[in-house]
Write a protein that binds this ligand. Structure first.
Ligand code: ATP
Ligand code: MG
Length: 563
């Protein structure tokens, strides 16, 4: 981890750990885990959990396991297993040799289930799924006991063994905990522990099993087996905590981790439900899981977000039990601040307009020097070729403009960044009347200094026409145009709020020649345009740059206007 990472602010979870350590709990150990289900790619919400769990392990000289919570073979696959590892590593965290799978424990979990049966604390139930729902009751009405609740231990052991042996069809029987059908907490109304799943090939255990343990049973026992001290999860599991504790108490395990809940991160203008992210990919609203508009870690990497900026963001948003609804601008500002320090400056013309310097000798080329960073001299300089034909940004010229337009106008002067002052003498049009070229003259006395007695306020960027590289530039913007895409009106869907302008592809951009050696993943500021990064599909003969973020938060202004 780099030294510029801020010292972590305290939070209520760290306070609990401090108190536990002071009280001599857990032999002074701190052991956490990050437990993703490999049924999708990790997103910004997971980043919060990763930074929290791994961050605590680092700061308390403890350990953090990466554990795949892989109990649903129908939805999981190895692509997701691999992507998750890549993304956690890229975020800057290392689990060493502590990579685990809940499926590593299937045999042990089976034995635990047998123990519960022997204690009279679990039974095989033959109710259909519909009947099970009916018997369960509601929030205001207690449930009813299943007619199979009083089965003998022997019969339960026999049936459970036969479930494992594959004798019954999916849904025909389940194994349930025997707790309390009248509990006000629905999670304690004899929840399922095992279900039958035929025909699935599990990415780790293949076809060895046709029964799979449920999440609540698996999770607490996996934590216990791994000797986790603090099991951190999101608030929706608060009502599951009594069940978490029930399993561990009934089974008299040696290690009983403490479950602590914190609020989920919700980020404006995006969604963090894996089901919905899967839908965006499957329905082709985005290219793939790593589309730069996706709030996935893979998407943010491709977009050019530095891992340090994401860690910084997770630190800033904090960890509490109250709602954690965060403005997109907070994340984007972390990215800007990081890139402002680290990204070298370059010039790129996104909408080129040709400029001919009529008093500049044909064939002459000057090699001008330009700083790579305005504050950080250690980043060095680069060479910019200056020649008779240049490109400037179309938007930087107007034939007539109000006084506050500080760029180039007919008859007016402007400074070319790192070069000379030019004056626009003539505008050339094509047969449709569109401006295709400007005839300008330059003042050779003005290289990096203003002419005597003349004030030239505007500075614009440029590239040499002959030396520049033609590139594709993808201007990414927010994927949704509504701060809360989940608030779709009745009958609507979150996809109704997709931002139709979330991607604008420009194919004829002109970049300064020093960008010829840019490599995939490299981050650059295109001066006056924003921060960009080199796309993984970038080739020397087909350069592709992605816009990471604009230089300023243009959305804040839109919101102010609307609000
Ligand atoms: P789904 O959205 O499919 O229900 P999930 O987001 O819970 O799944 P998991 O793979 O089970 O996905 O998550 C792994 C861990 O990341 C869990 O401990 C979970 O609590 C945490 N996590 C998931 N989403 C967020 C979020 N938005 N904010 C903070 N932590 C999160
Ligand atoms: Mg989950």
């Amino acid at each position: 981890m780099s030294s510029e990472d801020t010292t972590p602010a305290s939070n209520f979870i760290r306070n609990i750990i401090d108190a536990d350590l002071a009280a001599g709990k857990n032999q002074g150990k701190v052991a956490t885990r990050f437990p993703p289900e490999p049924n999708g790619y990790l997103h910004i919400g997971h980043a919060k959990s990763i930074c929290l769990n791994f961050g605590i392990a680092i700061d308390y000289q403890g350990t953090c396991n990466l554990r795949f919570d892989d109990t649903n073979p129908h939805k999981e696959n190895i692509e997701f297993v691999e992507a998750i590892q890549r993304d956690v590593r890229w975020l800057g965290y290392d689990w060493g040799d502590r990579l685990f799978y809940a499926s590593d424990y299937f045999e042990q979990l089976y034995d635990y289930a047998v123990q519960l049966i022997k204690k009279g604390k679990a039974y095989v139930c033959d109710l259909t799924p519909e009947q099970t729902r009916e018997y369960r009751g509601t929030l205001t009405e207690p449930g009813r006991d299943s007619p199979y609740r009083e089965r003998s231990v022997e019969e339960n052991l026999d049936l459970f063994a036969r479930m494992r042996a594959g004798e019954f069809a999916d849904g025909e029987r389940i194994l349930r905990a025997r707790i309390d059908m009248a509990s006000p907490n629905m999670n304690l109304r004899d929840p399922a522990i095992y279900r039958i799943r035929h025909g699935a090939v599990h990415h780790q255990t293949g076809e060895a099993w046709s029964i799979y343990p449920m999440y609540d049973f698996t999770h607490c026992l996996s934590d216990s087996i791994e000797g986790i001290t603090h099991s951190l999860c999101t608030l929706e599991f608060e009502d599951h905590r009594p069940l978490y504790d029930w399993f561990l108490d009934e089974l008299e395990v040696e290690c009983h981790p403490q479950q602590i809940e914190f609020s989920r991160l919700e980020l404006e203008y995006t969604i963090t439900s894996k089901r919905k992210l899967t839908q965006l990919v499957d329905e082709g609203h985005v290219e793939d899981w790593d589309d730069p508009r996706m709030p996935t870690i893979a998407g943010m990497r491709r977009r050019g977000y530095p891992p340090g900026a994401i860690r910084d963001f997770c630190e800033r948003i904090g960890v509490t039990k109250s709602g954690n609804n965060v403005e997109m601008g907070v994340l984007e500002n972390c990215v800007r601040e990081n890139l402002n320090v680290h990204a070298p400056r370059r010039m790129a013309v996104l909408h080129p307009l040709k400029v001919v310097i009529t008093n500049y000798p044909e064939g002459q080329v000057e090699e001008l020097q330009a700083a790579n960073h305005p504050q950080d001299e250690s980043m060095g300089t680069r060479t910019l070729p200056f020649a008779r034909e240049l490109y400037i940004e179309r938007e930087d010229f107007r034939e007539e403009a109000p006084k506050k337009f500080k760029r180039l106008v007919t008859g007016g002067e402007v400074r070319l960044r790192n070069a000379y002052v030019i004056r626009c003498d003539e505008v050339i049009r094509d047969s449709q009347g569109e401006i295709i070229e400007l005839r300008c003259s330059y003042d050779p006395e003005t290289l990096s200094k203003n002419p005597e007695g003349r004030k030239v306020k505007g500075v614009i960027h440029w590239v040499s026409a002959r030396h520049s590289i033609v590139a594709e530039v993808r201007l990414y913007d927010r994927l949704f145009s509504h701060p809360n895409p989940d608030s779709a009106k009745e009958g609507g869907e979150f996809t109704d709020y997709l931002n139709p302008e979330s991607l604008l592809t420009l194919t004829r951009c002109r970049l300064e020649p020093s960008l010829a050696d840019a490599r995939s993943g490299e981050q650059i500021q295109f001066e006056r345009e924003g921060y960009f990064c080199v796309d993984p599909d970038h080739r020397h003969d087909r350069p592709i740059f992605n816009r990471t973020v604009t230089l300023r938060d243009s959305w804040a202004r839109i919101e102010q206007k609307n609000g």
